[in-house]
Design a protein around this ligand. Structure first.
Ligand code: N01
Length: 547
């Protein structure tokens, strides 16, 4: 095998596994592959390690899953030696952690930065992919893993004149490495999803003025972040095995205590008292520790939304602004809720203004600022917090499978997968962390998928085969499970980006795994027990792949 870390010739580079993306998923895949003896490398488009946590470096970007539940659990030594400073770590700390992991496990030498993949074409004879990257290199990879994430293609809405703005403009998902100076600047923020609501309070104290352009309000609740105390640090270490077991097995992939109480056991007054406890509890526990019937009881979610509307009115001093910040088009959990600190409070500053775009839409952007149906405002900086084209990245890197079929054509009506890890017609392509995989705390699900992929590769190797592809029947069955479970998901097909609804012209299809982790585990276990019978395993000619 060629050691890609020191390879200098100009010919194609042969590798066992080429992983695209040096985010949380890609790094774990690289670790597992190298541990199993594969000659594996990562190609990463960015100039540093971290994936999402490299690109999204806007002020106050941070986890909204607890740091120790989002981080790796594969090494007790790593877990023991890394001390998260806060329950929900900020981007700089997360980036440091991922760089530490790369160094700690000798991964860095096998990662090529600034190497965006431009094409990856399957060769039917060799069973390998020919992969080209923007830096001019060509690779021949027996296995191709797209660890490209679901929130990695930033979306800019097509607002007339967007490109004419002469001031500074930034997308939260493409934030520059050099800090942006907001001091004394007139700033527009467009978008109030998780990114926008984190950024707005973070810069409110610096800016001369800020106008937040909100198309639809979101149900934003407090993150309730705080430093991890010494006592908690000790407990986190002492309880590693229990914590790991819970995170490895729980449906949500969180540590939050699920409630076994039904809402019907309480009076409305008692329910509101419980909601108050949830309001003061960390991150996603507003969902995961809510009443046991929360996801099956729409009136309960309407009541929770009523409680939240009361909270918004109590925080925001101007009743007109408060009313605009209360969602009318959806109830809690129909869209992925953001968790932030001080978002609503920011509007109590006289220099922070809200524009409700449904009442006063943006008509155009000029060199100097933004025009709405109500007037024009000049800005020095526009921040686009307008989200992502979910699960799109792997369809934009020129993947072609059997008979030269492009993945983006095969998936023109939406992704079709088996276990959210492979697609028929694209042998030896794996995409942990892609569509149909996760339904809650992402790294936990993505890790489950990678562990399964490694078992599958080992099984193939032991059986003397090297071309792996799910059967069409297995894929059809998994798609059927996804489609049948989708109506039970709380997310709105019309409003949630999980259905692709934020991208004009994108097919509406639930891109998560609505059946959840339990079903993912069940189907994976059945596959293992059957000797991976839902995959077709075959062999390329022994000398077909360059050594
Ligand atoms: O993107 P979003 P995001 N004109 O799609 C608006 C993760 N994340 O980057 O709701 C004007 O949620 C759009 O309006 P509407 C997390 O999974 C995690 O904020 O479509 N506005 C919305 O307000 C999150 O869910 C953290 O009407 C337009 C906003 O832009 C995901 O990333 C932090 C528009 C986009 O919101 C995405 O979050 C940050 C238009 N034409 C992100 N088009 C953590 O804390 C869209 N918008 C871990």
């Amino acid at each position: 095998m060629i050691d890609t870390a020191v390879h200098t010739t100009s010919g194609p580079i042969g590798v066992d596994m080429l992983i695209v993306g040096a985010g949380i998923t890609g790094l774990y895949q690289l670790y597992r592959a190298r541990q199993a003896g594969f000659n594996a490398i990562i190609l990463e488009a960015g100039g540093g390690i971290g994936g999402t946590w490299y690109w999204n470096r806007y002020p106050e970007a941070r986890f909204d899953s607890e740091s120790y539940t989002y981080a790796y659990l594969f090494s007790k030594e790593l877990y023991d030696e890394w001390r998260w400073s806060e329950h929900f770590a900020g981007q700089p700390e997360i980036e440091r952690y991922l760089n530490h992991v790369a160094d700690r496990f000798d991964l860095r030498a096998h990662i090529r930065l600034n190497a965006r993949v431009t094409s990856a074409v399957f060769n039917e004879t060799t069973g390998a992919y020919t992969v080209q990257s923007e830096d001019g290199a060509t690779y021949i990879a027996r296995f191709l893993v797209a660890a490209t994430g679901v929130l990695s293609v930033p979306f800019f809405p097509s607002i007339p004149g967007r490109e004419n703005f002469a001031g500074q403009s930034y997308h939260t998902g493409l934030w520059p490495a050099a800090p942006v100076d907001f001091k004394g600047k007139r700033v527009a923020v467009i978008g109030t999803g998780s990114s926008g609501v984190q950024l707005v309070p973070a810069i409110a104290g610096d800016v001369a003025s800020m106008t937040v352009y909100q198309r639809s309000p979101n149900w934003c609740t407090p993150l309730n972040n705080r430093p991890i105390t010494e006592e908690e640090q000790r407990a986190l270490r002492a309880d590693f095995e229990t914590i790991k077991k819970t995170l490895d097995t729980s449906i949500s992939g969180f540590l939050h205590e699920p409630s076994n109480r039904s809402s019907s056991e309480d009076s409305k007054e008692e329910r509101f008292a419980f909601f108050e406890t949830l309001w003061n509890s960390p991150g996603f526990s507003k969902m995961t520790s809510n009443y046991a019937d929360f996801f099956f009881n729409r009136p309960l979610r309407e009541e929770f939304s009523e409680f939240l509307a009361g909270k918004i009115r109590s925080i925001v001093k101007d009743p007109g602004t408060a009313d605009k910040l209360i969602p009318k088009d959806h109830i809690y959990a129909e869209k992925r809720p953001p968790y932030a600190t001080g978002f609503y409070e920011a509007f109590n500053n006289s220099h922070v203004k809200l524009v409700a775009m449904k009442e006063t839409p943006i008509t155009r952007i000029t060199a100097k600022g933004i025009e709405t149906t109500e007037g024009f405002e000049e800005f020095d900086i526009i921040v686009w917090a307008t989200g992502f084209d979910f699960a799109r990245a792997m369809q934009r890197m020129g993947i072609r499978g059997r008979r030269g079929v492009a993945l983006q054509d095969a998936w023109k009506d939406g992704p079709s997968t088996f276990l959210g890890i492979q697609a028929a017609g694209f042998p030896n392509l794996f995409f942990p962390g892609g569509p149909h995989g996760a339904a809650a705390n992402n790294p936990r699900y993505n890790g489950d998928q990678i562990d399964f992929i490694m078992e599958l590769l080992t099984h193939a190797e032991q059986s003397g085969t090297n071309i792996i592809e799910p059967t069409q029947a297995a894929e059809d069955e998994w798609n059927h499970i996804m489609v049948s479970a989708a109506p039970y998901s709380p997310f709105s097909p019309e409003l949630s980006y999980y259905y692709g609804s934020n991208i004009p012209g994108k097919p509406r299809k639930l891109l998560l795994n609505p059946a959840g982790r339990g079903v993912l585990f069940d189907v994976m276990n059945a596959s293992r027990q059957s000797g991976f019978a839902n995959f077709t395993l075959s062999s390329a000619a022994a000398d077909a792949v360059p050594a």
